[in-house]
Design a protein around this ligand. Structure first.
Ligand code: AMP
Length: 174
């Protein structure tokens, strides 16, 4: 297979708990759509979720996007970080703190990778309801390392934080 021109399926988790959270998610979709040889195909419902780790901050709006892209994982990660930066997120942000936008690569095809700057699938994927629930709006893929579907992972997910599905939509037709 010619990997350089292959169209990869990427699931991106997005979250925002600052300023206009819905606008931030929509802006992130616009900017992802502007990346070279990349398009956002679907977006989940928007979920309202309790912050984890550092509770003295606003609740999040979370969603998952399904993309097709010819970019390799490294290039795609770099461009996601650039979008976060462009939208006003400081590079030296606090790990669990408030954020205008957070973009995580949840799945990149069935790829696996375990470097600190890029771990695939995302290391917290199976531990977070705010990722598993929106992802399940779009698909129920098998986790390439754990060998379980997202639905199965949700059933054993240790996350007990509050989360609710909202009526907001991000993309028409999805
Ligand atoms: P966060 O605070 O969630 O934005 O974490 C960002 C850090 O996680 C960055 O230094 C990334 O290089 C690293 N990272 C590792 N794996 C991933 C991934 N699958 N998606 C996004 N960031 C990742």
């Amino acid at each position: 297979m010619n990997l350089r021109h292959a169209n990869h399926t990427i699931y991106v988790g997005a979250g925002s708990n600052m300023a206009n959270r819905l606008d931030n998610l929509r802006k992130a979709i616009d900017l992802l759509n502007q990346l070279p040889r990349t398009s956002v195909k679907k977006a989940s419902a928007v979920y309202h979720s309790e912050p984890l780790g550092f509770p003295a901050q606003g609740w999040f709006y979370n969603a998952v996007f399904e993309l097709r892209s010819e970019l390799n994982p490294e290039a795609f990660l770099l461009l996601c970080k650039r979008i976060e930066c462009l939208m006003g997120r400081p590079a030296d942000h606090m790990k669990w703190g408030p954020r205008i936008i957070d973009l995580d690569i949840l799945l990149y095809d069935n790829s696996t990778c375990s470097q600190k700057h890029l771990t695939l699938p995302h290391p917290e994927l199976s531990n977070r309801k705010f990722v598993l629930l929106p992802l399940l709006d779009l698909a129920n893929p098998i986790h390439p390392l754990l060998g379980k579907t997202m639905q199965e992972l949700l059933e054993t997910c240790p996350d007990t934080s509050a989360i609710e599905r909202t009526e907001h939509t991000l993309l028409t037709g999805s």
